[in-house]
Design a protein around this ligand. Sequence first.
Ligand SMILES: NC(=O)N[C@@H](O)C(=O)O
Ligand code: NI
Length: 163
Amino acid sequence: MSPREITVQPLTADAFAPFGEVLDASGAPDRIINAGLCGRHHDLAKLDFGPDGRAGISIFNAQARSLPYQLDLLERHPEGSQAFLPLTGAPFLVIVAPDEGDTPGTPLAFLTAPHQGVNFHRGTWHGVLTPLAEPGLFAVVDRIGTSPNLDEYPLDPPYVIKG
Ligand SMILES: NC(=O)N[C@@H](O)C(=O)O
Ligand code: NI
């Protein structure tokens, strides 16, 4: 059976809208602050940590992957959103999939532009943080809580994501 292949596409707000928000400094800032020395791109993401959770900021130091990339797992966080904010200018891989009857449909793979981040809405099927260059340093804003917040879905056969 030929591997299920997916070709990456550029990350755009419209294409990503069903899954979450793209976080970047594109366009004019919403506010000019700090004595005119700073543009604020204000309130860009729909953050959601549920009634029993709270917001947390963590730093991920993830190993870089390369294309073609074998995607063998999707996951989702039913109790909260999750944002990946790169701490370098390197593009990274963002993988999402529509929900089809409580299981993921065909994934989509996006390549970020430098300094673009993403926020996955609560329950969005996604691939784990996938840097394409070292260091894979990211700030991650997601739910901190005591109740479970992870559904995993192994992909067999896996998908192969191509550049
Ligand atoms: N497990 C964890 O903290 N990270 C994952 O949710 C991920 O999407 O990388
Ligand atoms: Ni996640």
